[in-house]
Design a protein around this ligand. Structure first.
Ligand SMILES: Nc1ncnc2c1ncn2[C@@H]1O[C@H](COP(=O)(O)OP(=O)(O)OP(=O)(O)O)[C@@H](O)[C@H]1O
Length: 294
């Protein structure tokens, strides 16, 4: 059994009347590269802030390396890149890196760290003079300044162009290949797909799915097929079927095959519509209902 580095057990966290996390349980094991996927306001940043010891849960428990995230000794072995890049604009790149690195017993070598994130030659530049993408890369690089065992990257590639995004993906992959554990958040399945093996889908403070990227991709690729028809025969690949008067809604991973089967079965239908499901819709539908016949 792989060692668990971070763990949330039935965690609830509110902000005023907003429940940001609602009974979330999650284990992050050593060597994993986990993507937290979910729409705006899903609770991803809140979860990272709890693991990083920046916030405390209202109920449930959060553990980091088997202890409390509030313990500074445990926090030495993590790195975090927050969603907002707030670095002092008058300082030079070199000064910021040295300042952050100095906080750790095993700080990274500056030159090597900057190289990994495509910032070589920028040591003397002031933060305020960097481009948005360069600032972002620096903020992500700082998460690795202490040679952490576990890093939390909150939307690491926001604001990066394609090339910079790929370079950052490579840096994250290198860290992972060297035995590092990564938790990253994203709104985009493609980003999670490019990096992660395991994806945890979060929405409205709850974990909707915790599975392989392939399994989640299948669910996310579901289509809603709706049509007006009478009694329907058994159709292939229907995950869920629902009737509302004469309107039938079918959920399937392969809409083309479904439509071909409908035509072959020679059942009269009108008003055929096919549309993608949102990730949320797909997961809610699948987790809330068992397949049933129309
Ligand atoms: N400091 C705060 N004060 C009040 N409400 C907050 C605070 N932080 C988060 N929230 C609320 O908690 C919920 C979860 O927010 P959170 O930032 O964790 O989501 P997220 O998944 O990271 O979203 P995004 O992708 O937009 O960053 C949202 O409804 C948000 O408005």
């Amino acid at each position: 059994m792989m060692e668990t580095l971070a763990r949330a057990i039935e965690v609830t966290r509110r902000y005023g009347s907003v429940t940001a996390l609602d009974g979330v349980s999650l284990d992050i094991r050593r060597g994993e590269l986990v993507g937290l996927l979910g729409p705006n306001g899903a609770g991803k940043s809140t979860l990272i802030n709890l693991f990083a010891g920046l916030r405390r849960p209202h109920s449930g428990r959060v553990e980091l390396f088997g202890g409390s995230p509030a313990d500074p000794v445990r926090r030495r072995d993590i790195g975090v890149t927050p969603q907002e890049t707030g670095l002092p604009s008058t300082l030079r790149v070199r000064e910021v890196v040295d300042f952050v690195t100095a906080h750790y017993p095993r700080g990274a070598a500056r030159g090597e760290l900057l190289e990994r994130f495509g910032l070589t030659g920028m040591e003397r530049r002031q933060i305020g003079g960097l481009s948005g993408g360069q600032k972002r890369r620096l903020a992500v690089a700082l998460a690795f300044a202490g040679n952490p065992r576990l890093v939390f990257l909150d939307e690491p590639t926001t604001g990066l162009d394609v090339e910079a995004r790929r370079a950052l993906w490579d840096a994250v992959r290198d860290f992972h290949a060297g035995g590092g554990t990564v938790v990253l958040t994203s709104h985009y399945l493609e980003e999670v797909e490019a990096l992660a093996e395991r994806v945890v889908v979060v929405d409205r403070g709850r974990v909707l799915a915790d599975d392989t990227v392939a399994a989640v991709r299948d669910i996310a690729g579901m289509r809603h097929v709706t049509l007006t028809a009478g009694e329907l025969p058994d159709l292939p690949g229907v995950v869920r079927a629902e009737r509302d008067g004469s309107r039938v809604l079918l959920l399937t991973a392969d809409a083309d095959a479904l439509v071909r089967a409908l035509v072959r079965a020679d059942v009269p239908f009108t008003g055929l519509e096919i549309r993608p499901t949102s990730l949320e819709e797909a997961f809610l539908t699948i987790t809330a209902h068992e397949p049933q016949a129309a």
